[in-house]
Write a protein that binds this ligand. Structure first.
Ligand code: FMN
Length: 226
């Protein structure tokens, strides 16, 4: 049984988990997390999330298909991804600080393209998590507001995992192979893939789970008006 955390402790205990134990969640454990996430707020209560949970043999099949697609260079994104973050210096500074702590912890040097490539591929191996949730949405206008609702869902899902002693990681990288995911899971082209969340029981001894990413001070993000 997971220890009960108060809300601030819970928020601070959540982190992106990049190494998992193989034991899957039970049906009851999974139902608990999905029931929590279903309570997420959304624009006019539209509840636009279409969530596909992949486990067991299907997970193995999808993982193989994703690695094949990556080896063939067959990327298919429903939503654009800009690795340069619009050349926004503030955002790029945050990205590089995160990259530094991640790659340093994993023993991968700045210029080691092969090492970085291998680490990137861990995304498609679901970091060995027993389950993956794929978050799809229907297209509405430019989809920005629907995507915000999916973000609400994702954070509730992640906090519920943490509260119950599990963990997960949201992964834009899984959204780079939307056609492969749709094909393997038999999903209509009308539903677009924003990102996936690999989840399960964190391997607390793993190096990949040993670091934490800091945040800028509140006053860098928030302006108080009165
Ligand atoms: C929508 C979204 C997509 C993300 N995609 C990836 C990803 O593809 N691969 C990855 O390793 N981390 C990914 N992350 C995790 C971020 O790197 C992580 O949230 C950030 O560095 C802060 O660290 P923390 O979650 O441990 O607090 C993603 C996070 C979010 C919110």
């Amino acid at each position: 049984m997971a220890e009960i955390l108060d809300f601030s402790e819970l928020v601070r205990a959540r982190h992106s988990v990049r190494a998992f134990l193989p034991e899957p969640l039970s049906k009851e454990e999974l139902d608990g997390v999905l029931g929590d996430a279903q309570r997420s707020p959304s624009n006019s209560n539209t509840q636009p999330w279409h969530v596909h949970i992949v486990s067991g043999a299907k997970r193995d099949e999808l993982r193989a298909a994703l690695l094949d697609a990556a080896a063939r260079g067959e990327m298919s994104l429903d939503f654009s991804f800009d690795p340069k973050y619009g050349q926004n210096d503030v955002l790029l500074d945050h990205v590089s600080r995160y990259g530094q702590v991640y790659y340093e912890t994993m023993g991968v040097a700045r210029g080691d393209a092969e090492g970085r490539g291998k680490l990137m591929l861990r995304n498609l191996e679901f970091f060995d998590a027993p389950h993956v949730a794929f978050l799809f949405l229907p297209v509405v206008g430019d989809s920005v507001r629907v995507a915000a609702d999916i973000g609400m869902y994702a954070q509730t899902f992640l906090l519920s995992l943490t509260a119950r002693g599990f963990g997960g990681i949201p992964q834009t990288m899984l959204g780079h192979f939307a056609n492969t995911v749709r094909e393997v899971l038999g999903i209509s082209d009308e539903h677009k893939l924003l990102f996936g969340i690999s989840f399960g029981r964190p391997d607390k001894t793993a190096l990949a789970n040993s670091f934490r990413v800091d945040r800028v001070p509140v006053e860098d993000s928030v302006v108080l008006h009165s």
